[in-house]
Design a protein around this ligand. Structure first.
Ligand code: CMP
Length: 204
């Protein structure tokens, strides 16, 4: 199994929950020799992450069956340089999202590559990484009912030309790449993305 440094872990490492055995680095055992029992190892990995996800949902929902979720939001370098940090946060709070964590950070190349690893084969990958490291970003954990889908509606389509009126990207994005904000696209990617940038004690 090829080795990747921990910072190169990407969303593909989430897919092992269902199908892939590529959990390199997640468990911390990633040598060529640890193909000892790939199947068992993968099953353990599936189990632990599924349980982690279930307990995460139960914790958030308080066992009440509500769809309380968390999502990772990034105000990208263009959003920061256009001085839209306050506007974006205002929008999130006005719609009732709770900001459970927040920090400003300049991503390293390796961090950006790892975060967008799922797009590594796309022609825009290199430029996307350069863009994401071109200036500081604001990272946030948003919390609320159905926050993942609601945030995606509020952000608008990736391509601002296709984004609905009033959405963040329609209002301020310049292009598919320079599109002001990122938001998790599903529960599993939200869990991966939040853990990528925040430790438990940084989330309130
Ligand atoms: P984001 O929601 O962060 O997820 C992946 C990012 O890749 C996306 O926003 C855009 O910034 C970028 N992206 C997606 N499609 C394209 C594209 N066709 N050309 C350039 N960048 C893209």
């Amino acid at each position: 199994m090829p080795q990747r440094p921990f910072t190169m872990l990407g969303r593909q490492d989430i897919t092992f929950i269902g199908v892939s055995a590529d959990h390199t680095g997640v468990t911390g055992s990633n040598t060529e020799n640890d193909a000892v029992d790939q199947t068992q190892s993968t099953r353990m990995c599936m189990g632990s992450h599924t349980n982690l996800y279930l307990s995460y949902c139960l914790t958030l929902n308080g066992g009440k069956g509500k769809s309380m979720e968390r999502s990772l939001s990034i105000i990208k370098p263009d959003g920061v340089s256009k001085r839209l940090v306050g506007e974006v946060i205002r929008i999130f709070e006005d719609v009732g999202f709770r900001i459970a964590a927040m920090k400003m950070k300049k991503l390293s190349r390796e961090e950006a590559q790892g975060f967008y690893y799922v797009h590594r084969e796309r022609p825009f990958f290199g430029e996307l990484v350069e863009f994401m490291i071109s200036g500081p970003v604001v990272l946030m954990v948003l919390e609320g009912e159905d926050v993942i889908m609601r945030n995606r509606e509020i952000m608008g389509a990736t391509d601002p030309a296709e984004a609905a009126e009033g959405t963040i990207r329609k209002r301020w994005a310049d292009s598919k790449q320079n599109n002001i904000v990122h938001g998790s696209d599903g529960p599993e990617s939200a869990m991966f993305e939040i853990n990528y940038f925040f430790s438990g004690i940084e989330i309130f």
